[in-house]
Design a protein around this ligand. Structure first.
Ligand code: ZN
Ligand code: ZN
Length: 685
């Protein structure tokens, strides 16, 4: 492997917001944090920078402990169960974490305790006695979500002790009208309790300077933070009367835990520590990254998290760093990359109302790279945006028509006309020269955008480069040129092969699976060895053998995917429980033997057959998705089993009356046939 000599090799800690452990992230969460961070981390690695990319499941706090109390299982067990599901999903999305951990781990817990003791020693912790809601039935203080009631601002009935979901205002439990315990429903009483507070007012001026001096952070984030500082930062309670969490290390705080918001954020530090100590067995790598003032830490988060990452987190770092040697100070945030909200077809994502797509569902609907591409292509960088099926369809066309088509046509031509060998170079003409300039300048152009965290623009620039490739091909028309001048035609394909390689490099942070395919067809470097600056007009030498390419993408049937999505949503509430039906209900199903008389393909539908069937007393038309599973001649003349009294449905303009019964497992299909011969119309009972 060629070792790249870089002048400015940077050190990066790339992080994405910690998903709360009791919910699977949805597409908006993913592009707002993890996926964007992954694209960025992959790009930096290819540039030759040193990168550690971490995140994890936020496992403490009230939602998980309420659920655990209701299910009567230990919170820890529940947290790890969900953590493993989320971790597995991130692997399926090819998120290239160096460490995806969980806050309930010994390294994190010990570090948090020690850090807060140091912060206390440095004089930034206050103690206060306050009144708090308390449930006698459960013998429990009721912080945050442990209490529900009516919002004092908008009268919303289901407001929680930390926030009203209707008007979005932040609340404290004592604000609620008619408060109720979320565990048992009883009305709580008021009891005095002591809590520990972070003295944010004392850090206010230093935080202000920090924000003002940082020229990298986006203007809107800076303004939001400065406004918040101008209003005056309040003292913030960092302890809770909760069992599930990190024990507060302060004297006389034995029954308190650290408020989840004030420890999950420290996971950015401890995840690197755990990676260094446990995963790569090189504990010094922790200090190498976190104790070096030149390390760039960057946080990919939703816009609601800006204050927490640019004020609260740096406040904790400043408070900790006081009285520390230079070599022990933790580096302050370099930048945040925040996104606006993603909606689903102009509606808010809502699990309970079944609106939106969750990251486990998405992978059941379409292959990974179509999602990765589409989410970054429409990333919510400047304003809120909606996931639209029409856009998803359009993005599929871009992949097919712009990227897939260019690479496939170029490589197929080289295979057929030049015996799988990259053709030779000749003297370029003006058109060639213009295209060469595009090839040699593209990685800088895209790289500059990525360095400015403009992921969406960067991907669009790559698509434009694909378009330039198609324009070049069409302008040169080598399929005509080859009849007069084979060498000149060959040179066109030489350059198209170089451009295909360029696309493999450029796309690899975004859709690594596709890049891998392109590289394998080009019979060149592995994905893990790709170097960002390796694109030139000579990336592939003349005479280099390439392989026979397969199409990179397929045309997705959006209507079919939408239907599958609807089914997924309808099926969700009953997942896991089987409904029992009575014999009378079963008897309503009119299932009969039918003879298949004729089978035809349905035009413009790759998967559908149009079946003419005989039911003994009548003939009917059925549309069935069997074309990928059975040949026409295998079905003709066969006796099959049909549900005849199903509501007729129009498919691709054909009215289908009834449903053919078949067994389905993953992508295998087997139609039901009779074990003994019976005439059409015989009833199944
Ligand atoms: Zn409200
Ligand atoms: Zn209670």
């Amino acid at each position: 492997m060629i070792k790249l000599v870089t002048k400015n090799k940077n050190k990066w800690v790339v992080t994405s917001a910690w998903p709360y452990v009791n919910a699977i992230p949805h597409l908006g969460n993913l592009i707002g944090s993890t996926l964007s961070a992954d694209v960025f981390a992959r790009f930096l690695r290819m540039k030759g920078d040193e990168v550690v990319f971490v995140s994890g499941s936020d496992s403490h706090g009230t939602p998980i402990s309420i659920e655990a109390k209701k299910l009567n299982v230990p919170a820890e067990e529940l947290a790890f169960k969900y953590h493993n599901i989320i971790k597995d999903l991130h692997e399926k999305w090819q998120i290239s974490f160096d460490n995806y951990t969980i806050t309930h781990n010994p390294i994190h817990i010990e570090f948090v305790k020690k850090m807060y003791l140091d912060i206390q020693k440095n004089g930034y912790i206050l103690e206060k006695e306050i009144e708090s809601l308390y449930c006698k039935q459960d013998d429990l203080f009721l912080p945050d979500r442990f209490v529900e009631g009516i919002c004092p601002h908008c009268n919303f009935e289901d407001a929680r002790g930390d926030q009203c979901d209707n008007c979005q205002r932040l609340l404290t439990p004592l604000d609620l009208i008619k408060p109720k315990c979320a565990v048992c429903g009883h009305t709580p009483t008021i009891k005095k309790t002591k809590h520990w507070y972070l003295d944010l007012p004392k850090l206010q001026d230093r935080l202000k300077n920090l924000i003002e001096e940082n020229e990298i952070i986006p203007a809107n984030a800076r303004q939001m933070c400065l406004n918040s500082i101008a209003e005056g930062l309040p003292e913030r309670a960092i302890t809770r009367d909760l069992e599930w969490g990190i024990p507060a290390p302060f004297e006389n705080a034995e029954d308190k835990t650290i408020y989840v918001w004030f420890e999950a954020v420290l996971g950015y530090i401890t995840a690197v520590k755990e990676w260094a100590e446990k995963l790569i067995n090189d504990p010094d790598k922790f200090n190498y990254f976190w104790n070096d003032p030149t390390t760039k830490t960057v946080f990919f988060i939703g816009k609601d998290n800006i204050i927490f990452h640019l004020i609260v987190f740096p406040a904790l770092l400043l408070a900790y760093n006081d009285n520390k040697k230079e070599s022990e100070k933790l580096v302050l945030p370099y930048n945040v990359s925040s996104t606006e909200w993603l909606m689903y077809e102009n509606q808010k994502f809502s699990k309970s109302r079944g609106i939106g797509i969750w990251i486990d569902e998405a992978l059941e609907l379409a292959p990974l790279d179509y999602w990765r591409f589409s989410l970054v292509y429409n990333r919510m960088e400047k304003s809120d945006a909606s996931f639209l099926w029409s856009e998803f369809d359009n993005n599929n066309k871009i992949l097919n028509d712009v990227i897939g088509n260019f690479i496939h046509r170029s490589m197929t031509f080289i295979n057929k006309q030049f015996n799988n060998k990259i053709p030779e170079k000749i003297e370029p003409d003006e058109v060639d020269k213009a295209f060469i300039l595009k090839i040699t300048s593209i990685s800088k152009k895209v790289g500059d955008l990525l360095e400015k965290f403009e992921l969406r623009k960067a991907l669009r620039e790559i698509v434009n480069f694909g378009r330039d490739g198609n324009v070049y091909l069409n302008e040169k028309a080598p399929w005509h040129l080859i009849k007069k001048n084979k060498k000149a035609a060959g040179y066109v394909f030489n350059l198209c092969a170089q451009a295909s390689y360029a696309l493999a490099v450029l796309l690899s942070p975004f859709i690594p699976g596709t890049s891998e395919k392109i590289l394998s067809y080009l019979n060149t470097s592995k994905l893990s060895e790709l170097i960002w600056d390796s694109i030139s007009e000579n990336s592939l030498k003349a005479g280099h053998f390439i392989k026979k390419p397969e199409p990179l993408f397929q045309k997705l049937d959006i209507e079919e995917i939408k239907q599958k999505y609807e089914q997924l949503k309808e099926g969700k509430p009953n997942e896991g429980e089987k409904e029992i039906i009575s014999y009378d209900e079963f008897k309503k199903l009119d299932i009969r033997v039918a003879l298949v008389e004729k089978v035809e393909k349905v035009p413009k539908a790759d998967k559908l057959y149009n079946l003419s069937i005989d039911l003994g007393t009548e003939k009917r038309t059925l549309v069935a998705g069997l074309a990928e599973h059975y040949k026409i001649e295998d079905l003709q003349g066969k006796k099959i089993v049909v549900l005849t009294n199903l509501e007729p449905r129009k498919l691709k303009g054909i009215l289908s009356k009834g449903m053919l019964l078949a067994a389905v497992e993953n992508d295998k299909v087997s139609i039901l046939i009779l074990d003994r011969d019976l005439p059409p119309g015989a009833r199944i009972e």
